[in-house]
Design a protein around this ligand. Structure first.
Ligand code: F6P
Length: 540
């Protein structure tokens, strides 16, 4: 793959967008809809069971055409082809980027270093299936011979967020007799809360760490081992711990039976690894068939992303529109607002996916990117957010593009609930787009001094994603949609979306500071020294 060297903002396509922006920025969504009756129909695209209505964006057919020109100039499609083919597009780590191989059907060939990685993926899926079935059926016996009924995943970042998010999203599909929990934070409260009411004899830990060197995960795993050993003795470790890692030696040193070690691969980034064995605890929870349905949903979105023209390509549309707001309207953040309680952890997962991928300021050529890159991603499930931060979305001074996600059928049914939830879902995007004019407020008989306070400017852009129901397949499609959206933006900005050097400095400093917390005189900057001394004093 060739590395683009010219800055995207110095291309003629960018200049045309800048000029076009001057005209479009003045037009209200009310006008765009009034002038174009087919707009909603035309600006709706569908794939993998997801409907995307992007008509409530401050964009015209010309905007989309110009953004597609920019994407062609940036070589988005060529870069996607390189990813699917297994080229080493993660150039700073010299690795292919093949989360799409995790969803590839048996029989497909993607060769890395002479190996067909799709065969490796399916071998590991079969091994995961075996273990999941044994645990789910109550046939996995702990050290005392009792059946394991609790599973605790110990991992952090991508070795936690994706599987934990999916476990939460798919709770209605989880095994009724198996408790699955996730521990990530090294704050002892996390492990304590996850284990204090469990019986060690009936608990299995899945230590998920691609590198098996992450201090938080290893610290939690060691404390979990002590908890098991304290109750059941040294020999219990083999029956109560399994691991997922690329680091077989460290797994064995931890005392985990190699038979119970699952592989993951260098060519899957942590934040893209939920469909790999890193999702083992999730598979135990929802069962192998549903896990595969989730992968099938992701695969359907992968194929759509790979094959559909940019103009009808959901990830490309989301990516290009995101750039439109970030770089031309100066939007700093992007809200993702799922109208589903079960998607309460989606935004946390998307934060890592997007911000760890595109939170970069240097391009593939090593030069400053020169334009704003990945936005701050945030949001919570609706309708809760409406009673918290939607005030700012409707009447604040900032432009916050939002994605609204909703489902036609409920995950849990109680009379009246779902229609009320979805009425709010539909109302919010309409209110944000069209607002309420001062004339409309006056016509309601509002006192003149109140009118400015009760006027809604509208013209606030949203995407609406609608699916029939939150199923494993739909969830897979949603996650893959955002993965490819992030890919498109990374390609447009010419950054490497697949490394994360930015997390290293803090890690190194923490490992340096940790010994000083045991009492040694700190020798850092004046502020850090003073804070550590205060910590020493408080700890006596
Ligand atoms: O935070 C940095 C990071 O490397 C993430 O990218 C990764 O998902 C996480 O740490 C956990 O890493 P590991 O799976 O190796 O423990």
């Amino acid at each position: 793959m060739t590395v683009a060297t010219s800055r995207i903002d110095s291309t003629p396509q960018w200049a045309r967008l800048r000029e076009h922006h001057r005209a479009v920025a003045r037009v209200h969504l009310r006008t765009l809809f009034a002038d174009d009756h087919d707009r909603a129909e035309r600006m709706t695209a569908e794939a993998a069971g997801l409907v995307l209505d992007y008509s409530k964006n401050r964009a015209t057919a010309e905007t989309i055409a110009l953004l597609c020109d920019l994407a062609r100039r940036a070589g988005v499609a060529e870069r996607a082809r390189a990813m699917f083919a297994g080229e080493r597009i993660n150039v700073t780590e010299d690795r292919p980027v093949l989360h799409v191989a995790l969803r590839a059907p048996e029989g497909e060939r993607i060769v890395v270093d002479g190996r067909n990685v799709v065969d490796d993926v399916h071998a590991e899926l079969r091994k995961m299936t075996q273990l999941s079935d044994v645990v789910r059926d109550g046939r996995w016996e702990g050290h005392t011979g009792e059946a394991v009924r609790n599973v605790v995943n110990v991992g952090i970042g991508g070795s936690d967020l994706g599987p934990a998010m999916a476990h939460e999203a798919l709770r209605p599909y989880s095994h009724p007799d198996v408790t699955v929990r996730f521990v990530s934070n090294v704050d002892a409260a996390a492990l304590w809360e996850a284990t204090h009411d469990l019986d060690p004899a009936r608990t299995l830990f899945v230590v998920s760490s691609k590198t098996f060197t992450t201090p938080e995960t290893l610290t939690n795993a060691r404390s979990a081992r002590q908890w098991v050993v304290g109750a059941l003795g040294d020999d219990a470790v083999a029956r109560h711990f399994v691991a997922v890692s690329t680091n077989e030696r460290a797994v064995a040193e931890f005392g985990i039976d190699p038979v119970n070690a699952f592989a993951t691969w260098d060519w899957v980034g942590g934040r893209y690894s939920w469909g790999s064995p890193i999702g083992l605890a999730l598979m135990i929870s929802i069962g192998p068939a549903r896990f595969r349905a989730m992968l099938d949903g992701a695969r359907a979105m992968d194929e759509h992303f790979r094959d559909a023209p940019l103009e009808r390509n959901l990830p490309a549309l989301l990516g290009m529109l995101g750039l439109w707001y970030t770089n031309f309207f100066g939007a700093e953040t992007h809200a993702v607002l799922p109208y589903s309680q079960y998607l309460s952890k989606l935004t946390s997962h998307l934060q890592q996916l997007d911000m760890e991928s595109n939170g970069k300021s240097v391009g593939l050529d090593g030069e400053p990117v020169g334009v704003a890159t990945g936005p701050i991603v945030w949001g919570q499930p609706g309708t809760n957010g409406q009673h918290a931060y939607h005030q700012l979305l409707h009447q604040g001074t900032r432009l916050v593009p939002c994605d609204f996600l909703g489902f036609c059928r409920p995950s849990r049914a109680l009379a009246g609930h779902h229609d009320l939830l979805m009425a709010n879902f539909f109302a919010q995007t309409a209110a944000l787009a069209f607002g309420k004019t001062a004339a409309e407020v006056v016509a309601e008989g509002v006192a003149p001094e109140q009118v400015p306070h009760r006027t809604f400017p509208g013209n606030r852009p949203t995407n609406t994603l609608l699916a029939d129901e939150l199923t494993p397949r739909t969830l897979g499609a949603i996650v893959a949609l955002y993965e490819h959206k992030v890919f498109v933006q990374g390609a447009l900005w010419n950054v490497n979306s697949f490394d994360q050097w930015g997390v290293e400095l803090g890690k190194v400093l923490a490992s340096d500071i940790e010994p000083a917390l045991a009492g040694a005189e700190p020798s850092y900057d004046a502020s850090t020294n003073a804070l550590i001394r205060r910590y020493h004093t408080a700890r006596g």
